[in-house]
Design a protein around this ligand. Structure first.
Ligand code: GAR
Length: 190
């Protein structure tokens, strides 16, 4: 199963996936390309480290969604990589029907809350400020509803009285780094 990773920033989840592959924990999945919408995304540095092509794809003209020429450039790059599965690992853009139709049923997303609670931006901060005692992370299929597709897996994280936003964020990221590679391995049929 050929996997393409899409992200916008740090790339810690992409790194967890590549480490899982290196350690034989990604089933029949193989990461074949990394694409980002930010030319300076630290995620791009994973390419040379793991021997995977990593490339900035110009998302212009929009800032928060992928539509028009930018969408076409992403579709062409992903098609060229012959992706069976697209993994959104911190890809901070809303996908539109042109993209969703091109890869229907083959896109999954990681979100840092227990959906359907706290969709959208800053899922960790939203849960922290709301004062819930349990939050976590979700891997779900992507459809036209933002953070609304069928849930594939979740991992809960408790919020203790002593937690700060920073300690909560690190607990959620640790959960994400376990959950996302495990889901990819499962989808690969392993
Ligand atoms: C992750 O926490 C992921 O859940 C979140 O972005 C972070 C990316 O971190 N995604 C969203 O909020 C999507 N709505 P990373 O770049 O270190 O993998």
């Amino acid at each position: 199963m050929r996997v393409v990773l899409l992200g916008s920033g740090r790339g810690s989840n992409a790194e967890a996936i590549l480490n899982a592959q290196r350690e034989g924990r990604l089933g029949r999945a193989q990461v074949v390309a990394i694409f980002t919408d930010k030319p300076d995304a630290p995620m791009l540095q994973l390419g040379p480290r793991f021997g995977v092509p990593a490339q900035f794809v110009d998302p212009a003209p929009f800032k928060t969604k992928l539509e028009g020429p930018g969408e076409e450039r992403f579709i062409a790059a992903i098609r060229a990589a012959q992706a069976d599965l697209l993994v959104l690992a911190g890809f901070m853009r809303v996908l539109k029907p042109g993209f969703l139709d091109a890869f229907a049923g083959r896109i999954i997303n990681l979100h840092p809350s227990l959906l359907p609670s706290f969709p959208g931006l800053d899922g960790i901060g939203q849960a922290f400020r709301h004062g819930v005692k349990v939050t976590g992370c979700t891997v779900h299929e992507v459809n036209a509803a933002v953070d609304g597709g069928r849930i594939l897996a979740q991992e809960p994280v408790c919020i203790e009285e002593t937690d700060t936003l920073e300690t909560l964020a690190s607990k959620i990221h640790a959960a994400e780094h376990r959950l996302l590679p495990a889901v990819i391995a499962r989808l690969s049929g392993a």
